[in-house]
Design a protein around this ligand. Structure first.
Ligand SMILES: [Zn+2]
Length: 153
């Protein structure tokens, strides 16, 4: 479970982003570091510096096929926005199919790579912003789903 200061949808996204930063800074799980980063991230729109190679599949790094893949399929509530579309190869697209990307990893019992998690946070940020729920409480269904995500460390 996230700490008590995580109250809104925005808080949750910033908290997850801060945990990623803590890992990158070789301070995984450092609560003080994470809280400081959350305070900073919370102020503006959630952005990441890392830029992916559009020619490489986000999931396995091989040559991407034209068209890309939706992290959250449109029919599962995903938005038709750039942050929800990622470069992907034919093989990953076929394997993932119509699943949410987190469900795809979970079903295969594979940990979610940090680069994928980062992209997912961005897509969800844009989705929740568009839905106007960023400053609202985290829906119980989402809190439950997120608490079981197994991200690579
Ligand atoms: Zn691939």
């Amino acid at each position: 479970m996230p700490p008590a200061y995580v109250k809104t949808c925005r808080d949750l996204l910033c908290y997850e982003a801060a945990k990623l930063e803590a890992v990158a800074a070789r301070r995984p799980g450092d609560a003080r570091f994470i809280l400081d980063r959350v305070k900073t991230l919370r102020v503006g729109p959630l952005r990441f510096d890392e830029v992916e190679d559009p020619a490489r599949c986000l999931f396995d790094g091989i040559e991407a096929a034209p068209g890309g893949e939706w992290l959250v399929p449109l029919e599962k509530g995903g938005l038709e926005v750039a942050s929800n579309l990622v470069p992907a190869c034919e093989s990953c697209r076929a394997s993932k199919g119509n699943r949410d990307v987190l469900a795809w990893y979970k079903d295969r019992r594979v940990r979610v790579p940090r680069a994928v998690w980062r992209r997912y946070l961005r897509a969800i940020y844009d989705t929740w912003e568009k839905q106007g729920i960023l400053e609202g409480p985290v829906p119980a269904s989402e809190a439950k789903r997120w608490s079981t995500v197994d991200v690579e460390r």
